[in-house]
Every structure is written in C-alpha cells, then in structure tokens.
Write a protein that binds this ligand. Structure first.
Ligand SMILES: NC(=O)c1ccc[n+]([C@@H]2O[C@H](COP(=O)([O-])OP(=O)(O)OC[C@H]3O[C@@H](n4cnc5c(N)ncnc54)[C@H](OP(=O)(O)O)[C@@H]3O)[C@@H](O)[C@H]2O)c1
Length: 272
C-alpha cells in the first residue's frame, strides 16, 4: 500500500525518530522512501547514518514529491512551519500531525491543506509496542485512512476515534504515559538503593519486575486490582507498602498529574 510512496518527517527528534525506526523495523517502507527534515545538520547526519534515510534541513525540499508528510515538531514552532509549508504540499498528499494540542481545524487552515490526520502516538513505537490514537479531517480519503492505519499499525496498536476530544485525552494518558512509568521505575530504583542494593542491582531487579508484572497482567483474564490483591497478603510486607501509598493519596496524585497534562494539551491547542 505504501509502495512507491515517499514519506517526509518534518522534525525528527524523539518522536519523529521513534516513528522512523518503527516503520523501518516493520518493513512497510524502504529507507529510500523516507526523507527526514530537521534544522540541525548533525541530527540529519546521524539519522542518515543510523537508518539510511534521505535527509534535509529544508522543510519545503522534504515535502516536494512526498505523498505522506508527518509533522513531528514541538507545538511552539508550528506557526513557523505553517508559514514555510503553506502552499508547498502536493494537493493529494496526506499530512499526519503528532503535534500535541494542535487541532485539526488549525492544521487544515495553517497548512492550507484538506487531508490531515491528527494522531497521538507514544515512544514505544520504535519497537512496535506503541499505541496511537487518531482521527482525521473530512478531506481525508478512504485510501489515506487505510495508509494511516498501515503506518500506525507498524508502530504498535492503533485506535481510530471519531471525536477529536479523545486526542487531547490520549495525549495526557498514553502520549505522556511512558514518562510516568519511567518516573515510577526511577523512584523504585532509588528506593532499592536506599535499602542497600547497588544502582546496577536495583535497576536490573526493578526493570525485570516491571516487565514481568505487565506481561502477566496482559495475559491474565483477571483485572489488575485482583492481581494486586493476590500479591498483598493481610499483615504482610506488600500490604505495609500499599497501605502507605494509599494513606499518602497516591491515586489522587496520579490523577492530578494526568489532569495537569490534559489541561496543558488543551492550552497548547488554544495557543495554536
Ligand atoms: N516525545 C514524545 O513522547 C511524544 C509523544 C507523542 C507526541 N509527541 C509530539 O511530537 C512532537 C515532537 O516531540 P518530540 O518529543 O519528538 O520533540 P523533539 O525531540 O524536540 O523533536 C522535534 C524536532 O523538531 C526539530 N525542529 C525544530 N524546529 C523545526 C522546524 N522549523 N522544522 C523542522 N524541524 C524542526 C527540532 O530541532 P531542534 O531540537 O534543533 O529545535 C527537533 O529535532 C511534539 O509536538 C510532541 O507533542 C511527542
């Protein structure tokens, strides 16, 4: 479906790079079908060396002859990108934006282009284990929807939504989600060091515990509360820790953190 298609990545930082890695690992496109545009020459050179993709520091050059254009810049530079790209995108090209907060109406008007997908992926995409939530403007054709699905499936799971509000919600839960998990891992490793493990030992123990627990939860038919209860015997060690977390309002802290991310996603949309 993506044979003879050229895909441009406008901005190839953390997430753009993760997506390039993901689509190549899945073999849905060849390196020669990808052109990555980033302002820094050293970033371009590193991408070319790592993935064998074409690179440029000029966004217009990247979009010329590209059938799919992935916008993966920070929201703060979006207006600058609009100025350069408005009128430079082929009329039958598909634009896929992963820019947090940027609404479909803003993207369609800013790029002066009718076929735009708004998507929220996450960084596990680079090993095919991401999750992407997406929706499209009315100008997106059936074929372009299918192409989007193929690209996003190569990055892990994909979920299409009809209502755009779910994209800001997914931004807070799954786009930022890996950072919450890594913060928890960091905190657990520090806790392990505090009770006497070396950093290396604690990292190994914590990473393996997290991977095993998540894999088990994914395979189990039971819900996670039941799985937690199985580890928590009355009067035991786990209960001592869980009671402490509950007393300190761990759930409210997590919920307020996700709400803060959600509010920020909405704010970014209002600024753009
Ligand atoms: N990181 C995530 O986990 C994640 C998840 C989902 C969605 N997103 C979204 O993905 C977008 C990119 O995030 P990121 O984390 O990948 O940011 P990033 O690492 O900063 O990558 C953005 C890249 O765009 C480059 N850039 C700056 N101005 C540009 C321009 N005018 N034209 C082309 N490229 C330009 C930056 O170069 P310089 O560094 O030289 O400025 C940087 O290499 C954001 O909108 C974010 O909301 C990110």
């Amino acid at each position: 479906m993506l044979k003879n298609r050229q895909i441009a990545f406008i901005g190839a930082g953390a997430m753009g790079g993760a997506m390039i890695s993901g689509v190549l690992a899945c073999n849905i496109v060849e390196p020669g079908q990808i052109i990555a545009s980033d302002p820094r020459r050293d970033v371009c050179d590193a991408l070319k060396l790592k993935y064998g993709v074409d690179v440029t520091t000029n966004n217009v050059v990247a979009c010329k002859d590209s059938n799919v254009i992935v916008l993966s810049v920070k929201p703060q530079v979006l207006n600058e990108v609009f100025k350069v790209l408005s009128g430079s995108i082929e009329s039958d090209a598909l634009v896929i934006s992963i820019v947090a907060g940027a609404k479909l109406s803003t993207l369609v008007a800013g790029l002066n282009h009718k076929s735009v997908i708004r998507c929220m992926p996450n960084t596990p995409a680079q090993i095919g284990q991401g999750i992407s939530v997406w929706t499209g403007s009315t100008g997106v054709s059936r074929l372009q929807n299918k192409q989007t699905k193929v690209i996003l499936e190569s990055l892990g799971r994909e979920i299409h939504v009809d209502d755009e509000k779910y994209i800001d919600m997914a931004t807070a839960l799954t786009g930022s989600g890996p950072a919450y998990i890594y913060l928890f891992i960091e905190a657990l490793v520090e806790a392990g060091v505090n009770i006497g493990f070396s950093k290396t030992e604690a990292e190994e123990l914590v990473r393996t515990t997290v991977v095993g627990s998540v894999a088990y939860a994914m395979e189990s038919v039971e819900n996670v509360s039941d799985l937690r209860a199985q580890v928590t015997s009355p009067g035991g060690t786990t209960e001592a820790a869980v009671d402490f977390l509950e007393a300190e309002d761990f759930r409210t802290i997590v919920s307020n953190a996700v709400s803060a991310a959600y509010q920020r996603a909405i704010e970014l949309g209002q600024n753009n």
